[in-house]
Design a protein around this ligand. Structure first.
Ligand code: ADP
Ligand code: MG
Length: 442
């Protein structure tokens, strides 16, 4: 990391809730100010909750988990004698690097850290493990090896850290990681660090973490505030009709419709293609779909057609949609609320590129209010409620909203919104409002 310039307004290590002895170790290590991921992660992790931290390489993720571990090791008595923390890393080099960071920061304390990794005689590692270190750093394969030999027992574990989780999964450590996690006590705290959070990492987090707090420092630079963002409340069963009407109203230059699953993507695409075929002359259908189950050749063709503008509406999953950089995209529709806030930012970031105007719509079912709120907290902005006059968004009578804005009462509050959301004034202007909105970007 290049020498950091002190940010006079930035947080200090003193502000993070660390005990004096840990702060002393930080000072000795020569760190004058926490990096953003450290400032975000440390205060949360020391409370004992599960945290998923996403930040680019070289942003100081190691100390972000090493310091909370040390804080617990030095200031809380062990629940039982034995190994208290384990850190899983993808490579031998990283095992050594993380161990060294531990040693640097644990200087002066009694906490000991042992690195276990392949390619080294197992004997000396066994010797070190028998001396009861509090912390073990290792590659999943070698950790499992020690577990099966009985030289490493994880039953006393208090904290598990998965470092560089995306890389560990990329190189095929998933089965090993899962085997290890299944043998850790349920009461443990789990920290996960990753430069990216692709679906396999998200799945791992869902399965093995307890309601993790997600702290994302990876996309601070994405200027989602230049994109107008709306939401619709709608029953799951009414989403497709809403999509139809929205596409009709907006008549997008190009749009991506994001769905959560591959099957969902296929279904929306098929219905959309059928409808549009009927309403268009000839067989030209300007709708396509893309997801991870399609052959690479098909994916390449669809992307080419989308880039050339032949495809106007692309139905996609997050995986494939994420990398799409097509300048003509005027509209993003989140047909399904993204599972992770981070995905919301990535999805919405597909539009409004290169200073162009963009608008994003998110379909939220009445059960998904909390997810909407999480997104709003993440982007630090309230999404505006939108509606299509005359459109029946709910199946059940008791939750049916009055469609006429002039009818007072009977309208349920926006899901999870504490205060009523401002309704865009442009709402009532139908198609014409597009022109008004787009003027801002000129
Ligand atoms: P990451 O895991 O995010 O790729 P590392 O934890 O390996 O990043 O940190 C990168 C480098 O930055 C290391 O050399 C580390 O010693 C240094 N570093 C970490 N935190 C700080 C800090 N607060 N101030 C100065 N240097 C730091
Ligand atoms: Mg790292």
């Amino acid at each position: 990391m290049p020498a950091r310039v002190l940010d006079p307004d930035g947080p200090l290590f003193d502000d993070l809730g660390l005990a004096e002895n840990t702060l002393e170790a930080v000072r000795r290590a020569g760190y004058s100010q926490p990096t953003p991921v450290q400032a975000g992660l440390i205060p949360r992790a020391i409370t004992g909750v599960d945290v998923l931290g996403q930040a680019r390489t070289g942003t100081g993720k190691t100390a972000a988990f090493v310091l909370p571990i040390l804080e617990r090791m030095t200031n809380e008595a062990p629940r039982q004698p034995g190994v208290r923390a384990i850190v899983l890393v993808p490579t031998r080099e990283l095992a050594v690097q993380v161990r060294d960071e531990f040693e640097k920061l644990a200087y002066g304390s009694k906490v000991r850290c042992v690195a276990v990794y392949g390619g080294k005689p197992i004997k000396s590692q066994i010797d070190k493990l028998t001396r009861h270190p509090e912390v073990v750093v290792g590659t999943p394969g070698r950790v499992l090896d020690h577990m099966s030999r009985g030289t490493l027992d994880l039953r006393t574990l208090e904290i598990v850290t998965l470092d560089e989780a995306d890389r560990m999964l990329d190189i095929g450590f998933r089965p090993d990681i899962e085997k290890i996690l299944r043998r850790c006590p349920e009461s443990r705290q789990t920290l996960l660090l990753s430069a990216t959070v692709p679906p396999p990492v998200a799945k791992l987090a869902t399965r093995y973490m307890r309601d993790p707090e997600i702290l994302d420092f990876s996309s601070r630079e994405i200027a989602v505030e230049t994109i107008e963002q709306f939401y619709f409340t709608v029953d799951g069963t009414r989403k497709f009709d809403l999509l139809q009407q929205l596409l009709e109203r907006e008549n997008p230059t190009q749009a991506i419709v994001f769905c959560r699953t591959k099957r969902g993507t296929d279904k929306v695409f098929e219905k959309l293609a059928r409808r549009r075929k009927r309403s268009q002359e000839g067989d030209e259908v300007d709708v396509a779909c893309i997801h991870g189950d399609l052959a690479q050749g098909v994916r390449d063709r669809v992307m080419r057609q989308f880039r050339e503008g032949k495809v106007r509406v692309l139905v996609a999953t997050d995986v494939v949609g994420r990398g799409i950089d097509v300048s003509g995209i005027s509209h993003i529709v989140n047909y399904d609320v993204p599972e992770f806030c981070d995905d919301y930012v990535h999805r919405v970031g597909r539009t409004g590129r290169m200073g162009r105007d963009g608008v994003a719509y998110t379909f939220v079912t009445p059960e998904e209010g909390a997810q909407l709120t999480r997104i709003e907290v993440r982007i630090d902005k309230l999404l505006q409620r939108d509606e299509i006059p005359g459109f029946v968004a709910f199946d059940r009578k008791d939750v049916q909203r009055k469609d006429s804005p002039s009818e007072a009462g009977g309208e349920p509050a926006a899901p999870a919104a504490e205060e009523p959301k401002p309704k865009p004034a442009a709402n009532l202007l139908g198609k014409g409002r597009g022109a008004k909105r787009h003027r801002r970007a000129l």
